[in-house]
Write a protein that binds this ligand. Structure first.
Ligand code: SF4
Ligand code: MG
Length: 337
């Protein structure tokens, strides 16, 4: 089909001295070929662990995949691959862009060598062809005079340029899957907007499917087609960007929309942080994990975790307010006016 990834009931836990932390508690979603999917939520919601698990980058032990499957191109279950098979797929079919380029670029290697490394190792290119490709990639990510840049070291570049180099490295082997974990968080606002534009143009120019992990809904509005909202290790709502921005149904999504500035509007809407903190994932609550922070929490919310209610072919949310017998509440967000 046209799905690159099909994730079913994925559960990931961490063994710690104090016990098991259930970081990801059964997430089900898919990624279409060529699309940009955003996974959104506060820190600790399981979004990074989910993304790292897709590439099997979570440290094992202490973390482990408890259950679930991750079907890659409808046939390979990432969960079941050996480390060796996984290494091969990761190098050639997957690319990762991290928040801080300084921690993932090698400070002692010229950037040209860092880009050509994968091309030589995974694509069998000769040195000269790899250098040529590195120059093309640097052009693609908007770096001027790439012929000179390939001889420079990471510390000779600005933060925004280092992020572009990291994107070039991630793109080198034309990965089918590109995962960007908070790709703009460490950058100032102007550079953030440039990197978002770049990621957008990459999704248009290449065939890579992209997953963007972010707490910032501004990033999402500008580059993603669909959004998955996570809270306390579960997906609480998912839909197209329009459905999430203009017709959100989960109180947590309402809270996120009110608490995060958006890059695409100049409105002076007041930003209201969501009060309270997420639950402890040593002992997740029996009912809805958002209940302690939710102004609409009812008796049912404390007793049983709501299932997802389908709202359209692309949209669903897990909240008791969507039950036919639930009281009608006034939606606190006016988005898009
Ligand atoms: Fe709030 Fe209840 Fe919905 Fe959870 S299920 S978000 S507590 S209304
Ligand atoms: Mg993170």
């Amino acid at each position: 089909g046209d799905r690159l990834l099909d994730v079913k009931d994925l559960k990931v836990s961490f063994r710690t001295y104090a016990g098991e932390v259930q970081a990801v508690r059964g997430v089900t979603f898919h990624l279409n070929k060529g699309e940009v999917l955003a996974i959104v939520g506060e820190s600790g919601c399981g979004k990074s662990v989910t993304a790292q698990t897709l590439m099997r980058l979570i440290p094992t032990p202490p973390s482990y995949i408890k259950s679930g499957s991750i079907l890659f191109e409808g046939k390979t279950d990432i969960v079941k691959l050996s480390n060796r098979q996984m290494e091969k797929i990761r190098g050639s079919e997957m690319g990762m862009i991290f928040q801080d380029p300084m921690t993932s670029l090698n400070p002692t290697m010229k950037i040209g060598e860092q880009i050509t490394e994968g091309l030589i190792k995974h694509r069998g290119l000769k040195k000269k062809a790899a250098v040529q490709k590195a120059i093309e990639l640097l052009k693609l990510v908007g770096i001027n005079s790439p012929e000179g840049r390939i001889h420079q070291y990471p510390h000779e570049l600005s933060g925004g340029m280092r992020q572009r180099v990291m994107i070039a490295i991630a793109l080198a082997c034309s990965p089918k899957l590109l995962i960007a974990d908070e790709p703009t968080t460490a950058l100032d606002v102007t550079i953030q907007a440039q990197i978002i534009d770049l990621m957008k143009s990459i999704s248009e120019k290449t065939e890579s499917s992209i997953i963007v992990i972010t707490h910032d809904l501004g990033v999402v509005a500008d580059m993603a087609q669909r959004v998955v909202v996570m809270y306390a290790g579960k997906i609480v709502e998912q839909g197209t960007v329009d459905e999430i921005f203009y017709d959100p149904q989960h109180p947590y999504t309402w809270g996120l929309l009110r608490s995060v500035p958006r890059l695409d509007t100049n409105s002076d809407e007041e930003l209201i942080p969501i009060p309270g903190t997420p639950p402890d994932l040593f002992a997740p609550p029996k009912g809805c994990a958002f209940a302690a922070r939710c102004p609409y929490a009812m008796k049912a919310c404390l007793e049983e975790d709501p299932e997802h209610t389908p709202l359209s072919e692309t949209h669903s949310a897990a909240c008791w307010l969507l039950h036919p017998d639930a009281p009608k509440v006034e939606r606190p967000v006016q988005i898009g006016g």
